[in-house]
Design a protein around this ligand. Structure first.
Ligand code: GAP
Length: 460
């Protein structure tokens, strides 16, 4: 089922991402390269919060998962064994009229005639397979013998290091190896902002188990992964687990789910959770001639483990976080007149900046000094942003627009000039309710930490 599209909303999101420094077109001043993106100061924080949280729940909080960080340049033998050299391709056609290169699933059909979606041209070429891998050369000789590939997925280095990690970790099955890193695909038609890029990051887990456990672990990981998305603040109603039918599944997979999200451009895949059987390890064992078997001490049997793989895209999840958080509501301006407020309702744990700190007047040295003291108090625990310019309402709006969940204002009460009982207190504003509480400065670290932790179900 497809979700309704909302082009206008997507345009606003793309424009906000550029305006506020989340995501920029890569090499924009040279005209840009299609399908490549750079993350700005806020985007990189958001991305890092996501990756850190994934690593925390998938590696640090478990006894049965270990991390690794593999090389990006990949030996061709690895990708021949995995099937990528032969088969990692998309069917493609060209439109001679407008010179577009199209994936066959993008062609439109009107009255039984295939047409170019850009210019309506009907003179399309026959479909041919286009390999999506980026090829390069290692060393001085640029010939067949020096070919290497930029990895199209992080998974293969995990399979290739399976035996080493099994040995050093001294673990029994089931156990997993996790990796976060860059992957590269020469997509025929990158589109929908960062959704389909040519360079992107993946967060992948290969969870090895005996054959009998495969289907059970598939269901287990699907549930874990759905919970993960809810824990980072993605609306459950916009998440969908689609069971991939036999005809769409890789031939070696006994079961696959796509976790999909209702983006403004439609329902699309965020993550695949696949039971890949023993295919990958078997292929690498055959091609390398090295045993990748596991020896079960209890049953005294040797076998190739099966694997369940939850494979998520960092960039797609960042995009889903931004799309889910984007909201417009009504809030009073300086004079109390209602105006439209743009707000990113990020889950506090994902928010690039946790707290804005504002002295009421920038020309008052005592207010400024106290505000800077609070910056120093909170900075060891969280990202903060100090802002002294413009009316206080404007400063709140600027933080709302980038999703900062808390705002602290230092005023004359803080200095004890109005009511001695309020000395050393500040107002603490909540982004979503816009409610303000008066709290003691000394309590700020605990209050903020517990509000962030409470809403994310764990530590900061
Ligand atoms: N190891 C399995 C694998 O790579 P995949 O479905 O091709 O499976 C996994 O990719 C995830 O990587 C996708 O669900 C998506 O989140 C992300 N991904 C794949 N291609 C992408 C692209 N061109 N741009 C951004 N993310 C992509």
């Amino acid at each position: 089922m497809s979700a309704p599209t909302d082009t206008q909303r997507m345009e606003k999101i793309v424009s906000l991402c550029k305006r506020r420094g989340f995501i920029f077109q890569s090499t924009e001043i040279y005209g840009g390269l299609n399908g490549l993106w750079d993350y700005g100061p806020l985007g990189v924080e958001l991305k890092r919060n996501l990756k850190n949280y994934w690593w925390r729940v998938m590696v640090h909080e478990r006894d049965d998962v270990f991390g690794m960080d593999g090389a990006i340049l990949t030996h061709p033998a690895v990708l021949k064994a995995s099937g990528h050299v032969e088969g990692f391709s998309d069917p493609m056609v060209d439109c001679p009229t407008c010179k577009a290169h199209l994936r066959t699933d993008q062609i439109v059909e009107k009255k039984g005639i295939k047409q170019c979606p850009n210019c309506g041209g009907k003179d399309l070429t026959e479909a041919r397979q286009f390999n999506l891998m980026f090829e390069t050369h290692v060393g001085a000789a640029a010939d067949e013998s020096s070919i290497a590939y930029l990895r199209p997925e992080t998974a293969q280095s995990i399979f290739v290091q399976f035996k080493n990690i099994l040995e050093v970790s001294r673990k029994k099955l089931p156990f997993g190896i996790a990796q976060i890193g860059k992957a590269f695909r020469n997509e025929i038609n990158p589109r929908n902002f960062t959704f389909r890029s040519r360079e992107f990051e993946q967060m992948e887990l290969e969870y090895f188990c005996p054959a009998q456990g495969g289907m059970k672990w598939l269901d287990y990981w699907l549930e874990e992964r759905l919970r993960f998305y809810e824990n980072i603040g993605i609306s459950r109603t916009k998440l969908h687990a689609r069971e991939v039918p036999d005809e769409e599944r890789a031939f070696y997979s006994k079961g696959t789910y796509d976790i999909e999200y209702d983006f403004p451009f439609g329902r699309q895949e965020l993550e695949g959770v696949a039971y890949r059987t023993d295919y990958d390890l078997l292929q690498h064992q055959k091609a390398s001639g090295k045993s990748l078997e596991y020896f079960d001490e209890e049953t005294k049997q040797r076998f190739i483990p099966h694997v369940v793989e939850p494979s998520a895209g960092v960039d797609r999840t960042v995009l889903a976080l931004i799309c889910d958080a984007y909201a417009e509501d009504q809030a009073p301006d300086e004079k109390g007149k209602m105006e439209t407020r743009v707000v990113l309702r990020f889950h506090p744990r994902m928010a690039p900046i946790k707290c804005g700190i504002f002295p009421l007047l920038k020309k008052n040295e005592r207010l400024v000094a106290k505000a800077k003291e609070i910056v120093d108090l909170l900075r060891p625990q969280m990202t903060v942003f100090y802002d002294q310019s413009g009316a206080i309402g404007r400063r709140y709006r600027r933080q709302d627009e980038i999703g900062t969940p808390f705002g602290i204002t230092i005023d004359f009460e803080t200095l004890g000039e109005k009511e001695p009982a309020l000395q050393e207190t500040v107002t603490l504003r909540d982004r979503d309710s816009m409610k303000q509480d008066r709290v003691a400065i000394k309590d700020l670290p605990d209050i903020l930490s517990s509000r962030i932790a409470r809403s994310c179900g764990g530590a900061l």
